[in-house]
Design a protein around this ligand. Sequence first.
Ligand SMILES: NC(=O)c1ccc[n+]([C@@H]2O[C@H](COP(=O)([O-])OP(=O)(O)OC[C@H]3O[C@@H](n4cnc5c(N)ncnc54)[C@H](O)[C@@H]3O)[C@@H](O)[C@H]2O)c1
Length: 451
Amino acid sequence: MSTFTTTKQLEDQRQIIHTNENIYEALKNRTADLAVVGLGYVGLPVALEFARHFSVLGFDINEKRVEMMNNSEDPSGELKRTAFDNKEIRFSWKEEQLAEAKFFVVAVPTPIDKQNQPDLRILKSATTSVAKALKKGDYVVFESTVYPGCTEEVCVPILEQISGLQFNVDFKVGYSPERINPGDKTNTVDKIVKIVSGSDDESLENIANVYRSIITAGIHCAPTIKVAEAAKIVENTQRDVNIALMNELSMIFEKMGVNTFDVLEAAGTKWNFLKFYPGLVGGHCIGVDPYYLINKAIRIGHNPILISAGRSVNDGMPAKIANKIINELKTRGQKVSTARVLVMGTTFKENVTDIRNSKAADIILELKKSCNDVTVVDSWANTGEMKDHYGIEMTEEATGIYDAIVVAVSHETYVNMETEEYLNLMTEDGFIMDVKGILKNKIESEDYFSL
Ligand SMILES: NC(=O)c1ccc[n+]([C@@H]2O[C@H](COP(=O)([O-])OP(=O)(O)OC[C@H]3O[C@@H](n4cnc5c(N)ncnc54)[C@H](O)[C@@H]3O)[C@@H](O)[C@H]2O)c1
């Protein structure tokens, strides 16, 4: 297959209508290629799964990341080198190569801006790249998390305007949310039921068949694109609101001198009690997606009080935890500015390298406003990234003893540490703030705090 397609060739290809084989058969018979646009935590594993069955082009605008993938390295640090073995895949950052594909899967980030509003610039830019390559008979499936309606209201017009082609006549669109869980080696992409949707019956059938090739857990066909978009947002909003409830309970129980984890253990013995725990909600999914729903709800005339309150409770947790630590230092007669504080864990969740939207980082930044001696360790996080992203210096390991230890992330290494090892890091008057409750019942209660 050529690596460069001229405008004339692209125009010619746009005239081709595959009358004999549908898109799924074309992919299966290798008469059409599948392109995955955006090869991050979501896109790369999906692309590699597709590459077991189809001829795949992995496209990403980041040349450095593409170079790594060409060397069988996952830039996100989730996959082993062997994941690239025996796959029919080529990686490129050259936009013109997208013209080689007929089935596009878009998996680019959909973040929020500083005002917590959806920032669709990356999605629009990736859609523009696909639109330039779009031909008659092509399919575009979006996997990026968006608010209900975004695919048809924002992406389809870009595809139509730039390609000059007509939606549902010349090309079809679908939406299939990604439910991958970073750091989870059990529920890998193929083992999670995949929701699929299409812009009409024919596209739904083809898209379902394409995903059925790679998903062993099964396919759920949503009746419309909007339903599929909403399903993903609701999954994460439900988690966010429930964790917010637990966080609020933890504030109430703290005032009562009751341990929240003890309460939840007791309440959890009822068959229908939902097992949620207090904690930090960071990362680019649970702490972000509800804002997409909030934005859309407000624009259509509904003020989502509960969902907004959940966001505000969860976003406020880092400051609350930092204040608790500072107040405890004061209570113990420590001079806050010179007290030695150790923070263990900086990633947005346990056992991942991802530091984006890390609430552990927010605790550190809050502490640093009052404490001059904050040591930060995390063997998962990249030292350079922490410095660039948050201006936080990390050290390789804890040295000496500390007046306060904050276990902010429940990395396996911290869970497996002996209680003695924690105690050896603590001054006589020191205490531990165990954000995730991993040391519950292991440390003397007067030296121990959790949510
Ligand atoms: N990470 C998760 O656990 C997860 C889970 C479910 C859903 N999602 C959703 O999936 C989407 C992708 O998230 P992610 O975590 O994989 O993002 P990511 O940041 O890990 O990766 C995105 C990739 O897209 C590339 N990219 C950016 N702009 C591009 C463009 N215009 N064209 C081509 N490539 C481009 C980047 O270089 C990067 O390699 C988001 O909408 C996210 O909300 C993520």
